[in-house]
Design a protein around this ligand. Structure first.
Ligand code: NAP
Length: 309
């Protein structure tokens, strides 16, 4: 299938292009970007022109920031294209629900991708947790914003979500591995006085069986970068490390045969998109975004030192 990539920025170049080039299911037909381009691939600056000229391209993958994405996705669906969305799938929940309704009406595929769910050990963690009684779960996501998001102004603007841009990755894993649904009960958001979105956040969740579930996200981390989830259960402690790439149980490396042979988060996302298009399906799990939306709604804001790139 021919696919077009829209928004040639960091993640498109770092991951999407390689996943498409490495797949025997996809061929990169064109890109759309005002400044970015990929060597030897037809590049458009005008999305409408691509839609009008390229009836051979049936699938569009959006790597734009969340705020401009909705209008593009609506145009793509209305012109009969299947749509794949980088995380987070939109700037608001309502936008995403509108896209779901449109895709259903037009019988097109729509995929809200959560790349962190495709990290190597997430499925293993889910299988391990399924028959355990959870006592506590603690997410620690601490990274240096200057290293991972250099000069990306959109993350500091309304809809950019600030530290929830990586934090939503942790929440996508938590909602995948826990056998029950949780919901946000309390949040503190630290917002630089010159910015619109949080640089750090502390979250607490209600768990139906009383487990203490918390998350700390912080973009001010220097030195070691930390992306861990610790789950204490009645039968031991599970640690997911490096954003889901490694797993330990009670301090030991844990090995469980995983049936997913395809390696890499983005190759797995594109394989899933191919299956979704073949089956005519929609996959829009909004739970990670509901938690972020609840945190932004319920969170107590504290002003902190200004942030300059
Ligand atoms: P980025 O480097 O800023 O790239 C986004 C691209 O979208 C830009 O290069 C820009 O290309 C285009 N764009 C930006 N604003 C636009 C607007 N208002 N209208 C039209 N086009 C616009 O951002 P990114 O890091 O790749 O992130 C994009 C998405 O991927 C986000 O949702 C993010 O959460 C997700 N993501 C990022 C990472 C990461 O490590 N960076 C990892 C996983 C997922 P032109 O100026 O050339 O049009």
């Amino acid at each position: 299938m021919k696919i077009a990539l829209v928004g040639i920025g960091k993640i498109a170049v770092d991951q999407h292009v390689h996943a498409i080039f490495g797949s025997d299911q996809w061929s990169l037909g064109a890109t759309v970007s005002r400044q970015g381009a990929i060597e030897n691939i037809k590049s458009y600056k005008d999305f409408d022109l691509l839609l009008a000229e390229r009836s051979d391209i049936r699938v569009i993958s959006f790597c734009l920031p969340p705020v401009p994405r909705f209008d593009y996705a609506v145009k793509a669906l209305k012109s009969g294209r299947h749509v794949m969305l980088e995380k987070p799938p939109g700037a608001t929940l309502s936008e995403c629900h509108a896209l779901i309704a449109l895709a259903q009406k037009l019988r097109l595929s729509l995929y809200a991708t959560w790349h962190s769910r495709e990290a190597d050990k997430v499925t293993v963690a889910k299988k391990w947790l399924v028959d355990k009684r959870l006592e506590s779960l603690k997410v620690t996501w601490k990274e240096d914003v200057r290293r991972w998001h250099p000069n990306q102004n959109w993350i500091w603007e309304p809809g950019g979500m600030g530290v929830f841009d990586p934090g939503i990755n942790a929440l996508s894993i938590v909602t995948e591995i826990l056998p029950v649904n949780i919901h946000l009960s309390d949040a503190v958001l630290l917002v630089p006085e010159n910015r619109q979105t949080p640089i750090a956040a502390d979250l607490k969740f209600y768990h139906p069986d009383g487990a203490a579930v918390t998350a700390t996200f912080d973009w001010r981390q220097k030195g070691e970068q930390i992306w861990t989830i610790e789950a204490v259960t009645d039968q031991g402690t599970l640690m997911l490390l490096d954003g889901g790439a490694r797993i330990m149980v009670d301090g030991h490396k844990y090995v469980l045969e995983d049936d997913n042979l395809l390696s890499g988060e983005y190759p797995r996302l594109y394989a899933k998109m191919a299956a979704l298009v073949a089956a005519g399906g929609i996959d829009m799990d909004m739970r990670p975004m509901v938690h972020v939306s609840d945190a932004l709604s319920l969170g107590r804001r504290q002003s902190v030192a200004p942030f300059f790139d």
